[in-house]
Design a protein around this ligand. Structure first.
Ligand code: GLY
Length: 284
């Protein structure tokens, strides 16, 4: 275990890996208590757990079909949101940051995830660190574009949490840019994603290209229509594949025009709990 200054008690990695690093992913099964999962943004409506589980299985299968090795952690009935593992750990180049999640009901979801990642990454001689004190952060607020990182300042991620992430990224030699998340959105990854290492996909009415600052040469922000904001959460995968949510035709058409193989998944039940595609996995 490594200490990076006083704010990082112990380092493990978060959920932000480059396309070429995507080989393994951790997911977590959906509990029956998912009916009570938090839902304040995209979410709402009665959740059908059986259907949510079916949609989650199709998601896991799509990752497997793309050659990703999957580890499934058992659901925890005491934690209705436990399927959303992305928020619980951030993996950067094999280093793990274990944040204190921003919603009190989600803080105790982390132990089995951190235990598994630590075991796996220890074999790779990788370091872990844990956020302490007043810092709060959900992994869903972090976005990586190649070697450039963005963090959302949101209802879940505070200044202290951002400071701790910045310390880790400074130590690794990466730049971090802060983006204010609009009130009508949960996380940065609820409204944007990087389907490739050169494209940031986001939506009108939520973020503007200038929010991301000047990007490295060859990189760009692509704006989708406001009504397709949920579709802006994508998972780029090796082999020119990209997972997207079903029923976002402008997103699908754009990604196809970029030469990507688009795999559409029905995430209607998971969306009811404000969950998007990236929320349900941690690549490590
Ligand atoms: N329902 C996901 C979250 O609010 O964290």
């Amino acid at each position: 275990m490594v200490r990076i200054k006083d704010t990082l008690k112990d380092i493990s990695h978060m959920a932000t890996v480059r396309l070429d690093q995507k080989k393994r992913a951790l997911v977590r099964s959906i509990p029956l208590s998912f009916t009570r999962a938090l839902a304040q943004y995209f979410g709402g409506g009665e959740k059908n757990v059986a259907l949510a589980r079916e949609q989650h299985s199709a998601y896991v299968q799509a990752l497997k079909d793309a050659g990703i090795h999957i580890k499934v952690i058992d659901e925890d009935e005491n934690h209705p949101d436990c399927v959303f593992v992305e928020d619980q750990a951030v993996v950067i180049d094999g280093h793990i940051l274990l944040p204190v999640p921003g919603h009190p009901s989600r803080v105790r979801e982390q132990p089995p995830i951190s235990k598994y990642l630590r075991e796996q990454l220890r074999k790779l001689k990788i370091r872990t660190c844990k956020m302490g004190g007043e810092g709060r952060m959900d992994g869903g607020d972090i976005l990586r574009l190649g070697d450039l990182f963005f963090v959302g300042r949101s209802t879940r991620t505070n200044e202290r949490g951002i400071f701790v992430l910045k310390e880790l990224l400074d130590w690794l030699g990466y730049e971090l840019r802060i983006i204010n998340i609009p009130q009508n959105a949960l996380h940065l990854t609820s409204i944007s994603s990087t389907p490739t290492d050169s494209i940031i996909l986001t939506a009108e009415g939520f973020l503007k290209p200038e929010d991301f600052g000047i990007l490295p040469e060859g990189c760009r922000v692509v704006l989708m229509p406001e009504e397709e904001v949920y579709g802006c959460n994508t998972i780029g995968l090796p082999g020119n594949k990209v997972l997207i949510a079903k029923d976002y035709p402008t997103v699908a058409q754009f990604l196809r025009s970029e030469g990507l193989e688009v795999i559409e998944l029905d995430f209607s039940e998971i969306r009811k709990a404000d969950g998007s595609l990236t929320c349900c996995s941690i690549f490590y």
